[in-house]
Design a binder for this molecule. Structure first.
Ligand SMILES: Cc1cc2nc3c(=O)[nH]c(=O)nc-3n(C[C@H](O)[C@H](O)[C@H](O)COP(=O)(O)O)c2cc1C
Length: 261
């Protein structure tokens, strides 16, 4: 089995986070034929989002910033697996990684990373990785990824003690195995009730063309205006019922708001 993986490194230095990702790469390469590529956000030309909203409203090609955003996006699109790695900075991802998320915010509107595996790798000094892992996993789910439980580690500034190193080795090897099994599995994640409800309510707004026209066209092209979800999957009866009800209510409210204009 061979696969392409891209690791986006959000740390502004070649420090502990990179060390963990390198270790993860070695473990992963023992499991299969993996082409592992790095993108160092500290070294790429990725300007700060200006918040004009052109990507959301008109399309990503209307972004006024000319830099390497599309190259990074294409690397992610061409990969089977994507890693976002970041140290915890003030209980969040680093500004470098947050800027990438903002620059790709149009993907929340027009998700496109289906059938690809995602895993977050987060290091902390003391506290915060749980929240950051959860945050990155949620972003990735919105973007369409199959999200694998992440790797969070507490690391010291100085060289780790042998017992600490043993813990990193074990946790990193386990994470690589998790990632590999997601990567090699053909099954997509089963959507949660929340995901079904979000899909249905967003699609409801698009279906009456109350949404952003660009998003409406995208949903139409993908066949999502008639589908049960973004991709064929098993959705239990109660999620279907609640989803349909929410969709009807959303349409009702949107029509009412339109009439009131
Ligand atoms: C600006 C800054 C903010 C930080 N904020 C946190 C934090 O909120 N929680 C925490 O546990 N560690 C925090 N740390 C520590 C880093 O998360 C930790 O040292 C990390 O392993 C560094 O990764 P690196 O070696 O890849 O830079 C912070 C470090 C810096 C430089």
């Amino acid at each position: 089995m061979s696969a392409k993986v891209v690791a986006i490194i959000g740390s502004p230095r070649n420090g502990r986070t990179l060390g963990i990702v390198k270790q993860f790469e070695q473990c992963l390469k023992k499991l299969g034929n993996i082409d592992f590529e790095y993108v160092f956000l500290k070294d790429v030309d990725l300007k700060a989002c200006r918040g004009c909203g052109a990507c959301l409203e008109k399309g990503e090609e209307y972004c006024p910033l000319k830099d390497e955003r599309t190259d990074i996006f294409m690397k992610m699109m061409q990969a089977d697996g994507v890693i976002f790695a970041s140290p915890v900075y003030s209980l969040q991802v680093t500004a470098l990684l947050k800027n990438l998320l903002d620059r790709l915010a149009y993907v929340f509107h027009r998700p496109c990373f289906f059938h690809k595996t995602f895993m977050p790798i987060v290091t902390q000094g003391v506290y915060g990785y749980e929240g950051v892992l959860k945050y990155l996993a949620e972003v990735a789910r919105f973007w369409g990824f199959k999200t694998c439980p992440g790797l969070g580690l507490t690391v010291a500034w100085e060289k780790p003690l042998p017992a600490e190193q043993q813990k990193y080795d074990l946790e990193t090897a386990k994470a690589a195995q998790r990632f590999f099994s997601y990567l090699t599995s053909n099954t997509d994640s089963i959507p949660s009730l929340k995901e079904v409800v979000i899909f249905r309510s967003v699609r409801a707004v698009h279906s009456i063309e109350a949404g952003l026209a660009r998003d409406y066209r995208y949903y139409k092209e993908q066949g999502w205006l008639e589908a049960d979800y973004f991709y064929p999957t098993r959705i239990s009866w109660y999620k279907q019922i609640i989803g349909r009800w929410v969709e009807k209510q959303t349409i009702k409210q949107a029509l009412k708001a339109k009439r009131a204009l």
